[in-house]
Design a protein around this ligand. Structure first.
Ligand code: NOJ
Ligand code: CA
Length: 673
């Protein structure tokens, strides 16, 4: 390596303490992960080893600012290592108690430009991955700066497969994943998940994305991924004033897909809750709503003869919710602005004025009398300025009527969110990242929780803002109504190891009328009935919809029982066995109770899985209430073949799960005395 030799030689000639190629290293608490950092050839570098084997080869660090050349880094010093082992509790979540056991490794880079003169870099090393961020603490208060490049790299070595889709497509994050050689990644969204020939699973993402653009990853054809930040319309990446820290760049590293899914690094890297009283006004739960019927085009969001969100129709859903123990009823299309081309007229939406056949006082009064809550909806059509102008009024309006959960929406092509200057913003550039937080902060003041569709991606911010309860941000069930084409079975076996690594998803599970009048399988829901039940366990969200029409549930109350029983808040969660794109089995223990629930989903292939029940409490007997594919079940020809069974089991048993093509299984393990 001539460059390195040169650097060493010149370092020898300099009378400085930390010469060019001095490496500073740190290990994770269990010694599994090692990170080293150094300066060499004008660049700042880091690398990552796991159990002595290289995971990331030398990869660059640093940011570049407008008005300055790319900084040459000349020294790394002030290296510090501290350890920290603590636990904290989530107010709601997939796991109540979370352990945060890490080594913090920080140092200072000296660069040759004004803004890069002193850059703090902080790594946190966990046994299952790392996070690191930059701290530009020396920028004087009040000074405006503009980030024009992020140099951060992730230099993978060896052969990897990746699950990804081309970023910046017009449908934002609503694409099917393809699996390719990771070297073919051009520009990918995160979480970006890789599987190596070396047996390792990696996932690249970020945590605590606050007031900074969303990071995509750009591939160089040779295994190096470089941070690519979603720009402002003027090409600037991030606009900051005074000292700032960036979001954490994260890499999960494990030996199984489960190691990724069960990692809590994302949450651990976010700040503690700013809403200590959230438990008093938000409770996880299940909801139904005037929703699927619009997607099936039985009723409309807009006004007229087929208007869906009428007082009468909503009361029908409230009755259904009350009868079967649901917590909430959503209605979309109640407010003025839906008539005509609402996607291009998002700036016309009113968030406080309703169509005449919708009476919010009557609806919320009736809901209350039946022990159900009305769930609000604010579709913006990407008219973000219009929404911000009404935001306080919108939240005030809902609060007046006792609404505590609001679904938002940003249906608009990816780069067409119009800002105050009339310019098109990316759906997750700094402008929208700011908007996302503004909505959550404003909603929190009114004791309202947010479920964002077409959202900025989730980076674990729910720890800090636990009223950000769920979001969409992937191809959800709605695509199974539209059918151009619908989601193939393997989609559900990829999501848990890609999109779901960011956080909860409002997938809207539970369609029972899988064909919904269509013959062509690519226009129907491509799963069996049992799979629709398994979704409630596999795809975590603290709010889960029973998305189908009430009459379809009433035709199959035996299957519906699982949806009625399944909790949406968990003591703990475990991914039991899986292969990305093939199958997944997840078990979760109910929070505040002894029961366990299991969801298993396969792709288009039938599969028999042996599942040890070692997760159950030792010595305890459970009644396994099994909801599974029946004889002949097949998502293509007989998706409704379905059966239930009961069996007494203990932790010592092994269950055989026979999954049909596109099939699944859902099990409640009811603890017996
Ligand atoms: C897209 C959302 O994902 C969907 O749930 C909603 O019904 C429509 N936008 C209309 O707001
Ligand atoms: Ca959507």
């Amino acid at each position: 390596m001539p460059l390195r030799t040169l650097a060493l030689l010149s370092a020898l000639a300099l009378p400085v303490a930390a010469h060019a190629a001095d490496r500073e290293c740190a290990r994770s608490p269990g010694g599994v992960i090692e990170v080293c950092a150094w300066v060499d050839g004008d660049q700042a570098w880091y690398d990552v080893h796991r159990k002595g084997a290289v995971v990331l080869a030398p990869s660059k660090l640093g940011l570049t600012f407008a008005g300055e050349p790319q900084a040459r880094y000349t020294a790394l010093d002030e290296a510090k290592r501290t350890t920290s082992d603590s636990t904290w509790e989530q107010p709601w979540g997939e796991q109540r108690v979370i352990r945060d056991n890490h080594t913090e490794f920080s140092f200072r880079l000296t660069g040759d430009t004004t803004l890069n003169k002193a850059v703090g870099v902080t790594f946190r090393l966990f046994d299952d991955g790392i996070g690191f961020r930059y701290d530009y603490a020396d920028i004087p208060a009040g000074q405006a700066v503009a980030v024009t490049a992020e140099r951060t790299q992730f230099h993978t070595v060896g052969a990897y497969q990746a699950w990804w889709y081309q970023a910046l497509g017009q449908e934002r994050d609503e694409y099917l994943y393809t699996q390719t050689d990771a070297r073919r990644v051009t520009l990918a969204e995160t979480p970006l998940t890789l599987k190596g020939d070396n047996g390792l699973y990696l996932s690249f993402h970020e945590a605590a994305m606050v007031d900074f653009p969303s990071m995509l990853l750009s591939g160089n054809g040779e295994g190096t991924l470089t941070a690519w930040l979603m720009p402002w319309p003027d090409g600037t990446l991030a606009k900051k004033t005074g000292p700032f820290t960036t979001p954490w760049r994260t890499v999960l590293i494990g030996e199984t897909p489960a190691d990724l899914a069960d990692s809590r690094i994302e949450l651990n890297l976010n700040e503690p809750s700013k809403i200590p009283d959230i438990g008093k006004w938000f409770k996880p739960g299940k909801y139904v709503g005037v929703w699927w019927e619009m997607h099936l085009d039985k009723t409309t969001w807009g006004s007229g003869m087929r208007h869906g969100a009428t007082t009468e129709n909503i009361k029908r859903y409230i009755d259904f919710a009350a009868r079967y123990g649901f917590d909430g009823v959503l209605a979309e299309g109640w407010n003025l602005g839906w008539d005509g081309d609402w996607i291009n007229n998002g700036d016309k939406f009113s968030f406080t004025r309703s169509y005449p056949d919708f009476d919010i006082a009557a609806i919320t009064g009736y809901a209350k009398s039946r022990g159900v809550e009305f769930i609000g909806h604010n579709e913006t059509g990407g008219g973000v300025v219009n929404y911000e102008n009404q935001l306080d009024d919108a939240m005030k309006f809902y609060q007046r009527y006792g609404v505590r959960l609001v679904k938002t929406g940003y249906v608009r092509h990816a780069g067409d969110i119009i800002d105050r200057e009339g310019k098109g913003e990316w759906f997750a550039g700094q402008f929208m990242v700011r908007h996302n937080l503004l909505v959550a902060e404003t909603a929190a003041r009114y004791h309202i929780a947010i479920d964002a569709h077409e959202p900025v991606k989730d980076t674990g911010l729910r720890r800090t803002w636990p009223n950000m309860v769920s979001r969409e941000g992937a191809r959800g069930q709605e695509y199974n109504a539209w059918g151009n084409p619908t989601n193939p079975p393997e989609h559900l076996t990829i999501l848990p190891f890609t999109r779901m690594l960011g956080g909860p998803m409002d997938f809207t599970p539970g369609i029972f009328d899988l064909a919904h009048g269509k013959d062509d399988v690519t226009r129907r829901v491509q799963s069996t009935l049992a799979t629709q039940l398994a979704e409630y366990v596999v795809l975590y969200s603290p709010i889960q919809m029973a998305a189908d029409l009430p009459e379809n549930y009433e035709k199959n109350l035996a299957a519906f029982q699982f949806i009625r029983d399944v909790p949406t808040d968990w003591e703990t969660s475990r991914t039991l066995q899986s292969e990305i794109g093939d199958y997944v089995v997840v078990a979760r223990q109910q929070r505040g109770g002894p029961d366990w629930y299991l969801g298993a989903i396969t792709d288009e292939n039938a599969r028999t899985l042996q599942q040890p029940l070692t997760f159950l409490a030792p010595g305890r007997r459970y009644e396994a209430q099994i909801y599974r594919d029946g004889p002949g079940a097949d998502y293509r020809v007989d998706p409704l073949a379905f059966e239930t069974a009961r069996q007494i089991v203990t932790a010592q048993d092994v269950l055989t799960l026979n999954l049909a093509p596109g099939g699944g299984a859902a099990i409640r393990f009811k603890a017996l005395n």
